[in-house]
Design a protein around this ligand. Structure first.
Ligand SMILES: Nc1ncnc2c1ncn2[C@@H]1O[C@H](COP(=O)(O)OP(=O)(O)OP(=O)(O)O)[C@@H](O)[C@H]1O
Ligand SMILES: [Mg+2]
Length: 370
């Protein structure tokens, strides 16, 4: 649909665009984003030949636009800019029909277009068609600006920060309207913004520019998941998602450095270890450090006087999970089991750690708030 092929531009010694290449498919919503002065507007203006590249080519539907008459080109390219630019001495209907009129479309066809388009943005024809721009709010004027760009049904619509002057509510509703219109009419839209939220909401594909170069081209999900540079990360800011909660594993939530005791150790040694570490149970392991179970101070008090080593007092009731197990399932098991902790084992059955409600909560807080 639209293809930039190694496009370059300089003003004097200053490089403005450096080897820009990308392709946008028909019906796609493409959003350019990047810091101020990175070349977004310049790139957009090249599409309708308001600016010519020094080198490289731009193809629209397979045709090099350098070979297309520029006025012809502009009639077939909708263009919406930040400052709306409605003609103040024309009514809404006349404003919408500027291009169809230039194309000498019949009157009744023009009138039908105005009806249809106003309908689509919930501005009743009878109420609005004959108003002048000065009689409407900024948001309403901007809607008309968008309708005007769509009126001659251009295959591609260019929008340069069309909503940046609007209040957040109006902005939000216009974003939704534009996205709906684009999907309904299957338009190719090239949109410029420096608002990442807007880009993430609207785009099928985001093109991130910096200092005249394209840094990353990716769908929103992919950009969120794997931003190419720290600068993009910064732009993504609060929108950046952490790891997918469904893929978290139990070992990301466990406490390590757990005190263990060998099963052939004496009861007294075990008790002094418990006192020293201020715990009421210990994990018991065999000579190869493989997990055997737990021993509790309560059991030692009850029957510790009749045994020498803790071996006979080991219980295997504490739930056991393994490194790599799904965190959510383990969490549910911890809650429903009523045990104070889960034992997490490595593949070789040695102890990796334990998960307590506290370790779970603090790891969750870490994931949520960093
Ligand atoms: N007529 C001009 N002469 C010289 N330099 C220019 C001219 N127009 C733009 N520039 C420079 O070209 C670069 C790209 O400008 P452009 O308007 O494309 O940026 P932008 O990404 O749209 O920025 P913003 O987010 O502020 O709108 C800037 O460094 C700007 O200063
Ligand atoms: Mg700009």
């Amino acid at each position: 649909m639209l293809r930039f092929d190694h496009v370059n531009l300089a003003y004097g010694s200053q490089t403005i665009l450096k080897d820009i290449s990308f392709e946008i498919q028909e019906g796609q919503f493409a959003v350019f984003i990047g810091p101020s002065g990175c070349g977004k507007t310049t790139t957009l203006k090249m599409i309708n030949r308001l600016i010519q590249p020094d080198s490289g080519h731009i193809y629209l539907n397979g045709r090099d636009i350098a070979s297309v008459d520029r006025y012809e080109l502009r009639r077939h390219t909708g263009y919406v800019i930040q400052q709306i630019g409605l003609f103040p001495n024309m009514t809404v209907a006349q404003n919408i029909c500027v291009v169809p009129k230039l194309l000498k479309w019949p009157k009744d066809k023009c009138s039908q277009i105005v009806h249809d388009l106003l309908d689509m943005v919930d501005m009743p024809y009878d109420r609005y068609a004959h108003k002048y721009p000065g009689e409407m709010s900024g948001g309403q004027q901007q809607r008309i600006g968008i309708l005007r760009a769509l009126a001659a049904s251009p295959p591609v619509v260019l929008m340069d920060e069309p909503f940046s002057a609007l209040d957040p509510m109006t902005r939000r509703s216009l974003q939704l309207e534009v996205k709906t219109l684009q999907q309904k009419l299957n338009k190719t839209i090239i949109f410029v913004t420096h608002d990442m939220e807007e880009a993430l909401d609207l785009a099928d594909v985001i093109i991130f520019m910096n200092q005249g170069e394209i840094v990353q081209i990716a769908p929103p999900e992919e950009m969120l998941e794997t931003p190419a540079t720290d600068q993009i990360k910064e732009f993504l800011g609060k929108h950046q998602t952490g790891p997918d909660p469904a893929s978290l594993t139990v070992d990301q939530f466990m406490r390590t450095g757990i005190i263990t005791v060998k099963e052939n150790r004496g009861v007294n040694e075990c008790v002094s270890r418990m006192q020293h570490h201020n715990v009421d149970t210990l994990l018991v392991v065999d000579q190869e450090r493989r997990y055997q179970g737990t021993v509790s101070i309560a059991d030692i008090r009850l029957t510790g006087h009749v045994v020498k080593t803790i071996g006979p007092l080991v219980r295997c009731t504490t739930p056991v999970v393994h490194v790599g197990d799904n965190a959510k399932e383990c969490f549910e098991q911890l809650i429903s089991s009523g045990f104070p902790y889960l034992v997490v084992l490595k593949e070789d059955e040695t102890v990796a750690g334990i998960v307590t409600k506290t370790s779970m909560a603090s790891a969750m807080a870490e994931q949520l708030w960093g």
